[in-house]
Design a protein around this ligand. Sequence first.
Ligand code: DSN
Length: 434
Amino acid sequence: MKYDALPATDPEVFDILSGEATRESEGLELIPSENYASQAVLEALGTLMTNKYSEGTPGRRYYGGQTYTDQIESLAIERAKALFGCDHANVQPLSGAAANLVVFSSWLEIGDTVLAMDLSHGGHLTHGAPVTFAAKAYNFIRYKMKDVATGAIDYDDLEALALEHRPKIILAGFSAYPRELDYGRFARIAEKVGAMAMADMAHIAGLIAGKVLANPFDHGFHVMTTTTHKSLRGPRGAMVLSQGKVGNPLRAPGKTLENLPTLIDRAVFPGLQGGPHMNKIMAIAVALREAATPQFADYSRQILRNAKVLAETLMERGCQLITNGTDNHLMLIDTMGSFGKTGKEMQERLEAVGITLNKNAIPDDPLPPFKASGVRLGTPALTSRGLLEPHMERIAAWIAQVGKGEGDPDAIRREVRDLCLAHPIPSGPVERGN
Ligand code: DSN
């Protein structure tokens, strides 16, 4: 992309931007929650829509001058509803953590119980890890994988936990779980105990949009949260999607599932946030349009094909994968078990050859999270730059070489850069304009 004013106004900032552009262009991005937004998304993000305050929802704002903010937010909402098949979308949450808190605060009273996946078994920090505000406000009960070798969840145990603790929310979702969930079973358990069925699909929203993974709404879920920048490939933001009657509490007050859309809107504003970021909402609208195309469905299929080959080749080359494979875009390597190296050490050694991934806890990890016994990796960003199955085999070989301390790191770095330069990132280089 070309920049006219920035290099002259603030050369220091432009230098930092150029550095990041080089890093992204010349290195392989394997963090499964990261991706490359398209040039169209970046253009929408960098607009004067950032100038406008617009607390409220389309048609019900607190400040004047909302003709175009109403248009763009309504467009984003309609596109989100159509893509994911739901009654309502709130596109204002600033991040996935905020979106999850929106749902909790819309539905729960302080002290109420939530049943969610344990952090070291793949759940997310915001699903009740003790360090979070939500864990201080609500009572989280955690379920785990029954069998780490396959990733299987014992749904009879889950049902027994639900019957014992009577949660108000049962949360299905993850940030480090490589297997598909049985959403129908989750929803039936939620119904049995009168709980809301909530999915956090931040990692897999693009794969649901591309129809290569199951959509929890097709299985009776009431609400889903997602970020917009992972496999969905939009700007950094989030959405809360729900079933229910839009505007209902105005006619029939109360915390009922029918009223969910309005409870969620009110939890966003005035409950937790102020003015929405309209430039970001404009970019979300663009990303949602892109995600509804046949090309995006092809992209989603390729993410899964690439992940299968990456996982299989890693295992052939001596990497122990948690659950022994993947059904989605991500995988976890037990680096202590595979190479006697902590996740931190593997992350640093791989970064030195131009491969970025993140250290990650493995189930019931004895090491602290800043060291961790594993690394997490995935294929959405690799696939966005057009890399295919044969490239996954090469990448797996580099990771295994680094793990075993084989090969010349400088030579690997050169090969990684060559591969990257042959497959540019979608938004192209950062360049000076005039
Ligand atoms: N930080 C995101 C991830 O990497 O999974 C989730 O918040």
